[in-house]
Design a protein around this ligand. Structure first.
Ligand SMILES: C[S@@+](CC[C@H](N)C(=O)[O-])C[C@H]1O[C@@H](n2cnc3c(N)ncnc32)[C@H](O)[C@@H]1O
Length: 226
């Protein structure tokens, strides 16, 4: 499928899929969206609730590596120990990576960003003392992890273009992959998505969305104590 680079409202770039009229991030700001949905509403919420320094994160759709990059910078800033697994079936090309301007905009080094992309698929790589990355080239439907993660960044393309990824079948895999009290965050606020999450056992909150979006969802695997 054809992919083009697009500049979003906060100056950060994203990838546009003309055939689907879909982007890897919000047109209202790729960095702004990722910071709000995944870092502030996902990672920071989990840290607030569980003041431990060791966190394991699963990302659904590694894509440009923006969420991984922001998370690796937070890990250093807050002295966290993060184990991060990114799932991706269609890795982006070196030419696309070169055009991503995240390091410049975030006042970080290009090397730190490139390290994420240069790390091997299917193996764990120490990106920094605070951040271990495991990139897995596979389809989301192939995930069969059990109780491994504290936080899931659910960043698939929208239900308009990939409805099969926003179903009870997929959220069941996500529920299983989370540890008790783990949280899943996503930019979507669709009623059908919320109901699919609830059907597999999540407790779901509707929260303020990133720029250009009224709401987003956070789903928690509430631990049931007997
Ligand atoms: C919205 S983009 C992810 C954006 C990414 N989080 C970032 O920061 O750039 C969705 C990603 O899911 C990948 N993808 C789409 N369908 C998939 C599938 N069935 N299994 C695995 N990856 C898939 C796409 O290639 C794309 O990279």
């Amino acid at each position: 499928m054809k992919r083009e680079i697009l500049v979003t409202d906060d100056g950060s770039v994203t990838i546009h899929l003309p055939e689907w009229n879909e982007q890897y991030h919000s047109k209202h700001g790729a960095i702004a969206e990722a910071m709000h949905v995944f870092i502030e509403t996902g990672l920071e919420h989990w840290i607030y609730k569980n003041p431990k320094q060791e966190i394991s994160i699963l990302e659904i759709g590694f894509g440009t590596g923006l969420n991984a990059f922001l998370t690796s910078l937070e890990a250093i800033k807050k002295n966290l120990q993060i184990n991060y697994s990114g799932i991706e079936a269609y890795p982006i090309s070196d030419k696309e990576i070169e055009q991503l301007n995240y390091a410049t905009l975030l006042d970080a080094s290009d090397e730190a960003f490139l390290k994420l992309h240069q790390s091997s698929w299917g193996a764990s790589s120490e990106i920094s003392q605070n951040f271990i990355l495991t990139k897995r080239e596979q389809f989301f439907s192939e995930i069969n992890d059990s109780e491994l993660y504290n936080v899931i960044y659910f960043d698939a393309f929208g239900a308009r273009v990939q409805p099969e990824l926003w179903t009870e079948t997929v959220f069941k895999l996500m529920f299983e992959a989370l540890k008790p009290n783990g949280v899943l965050v996503t930019y979507s606020a669709k009623g059908s998505v919320r109901r699919a999450m609830q059907a597999v056992g999540f407790v779901v909150e509707r929260l303020p969305g990133p720029p250009g979006k009224r709401e987003m969802l956070r789903a928690t695997k509430v631990e049931i104590l007997s």
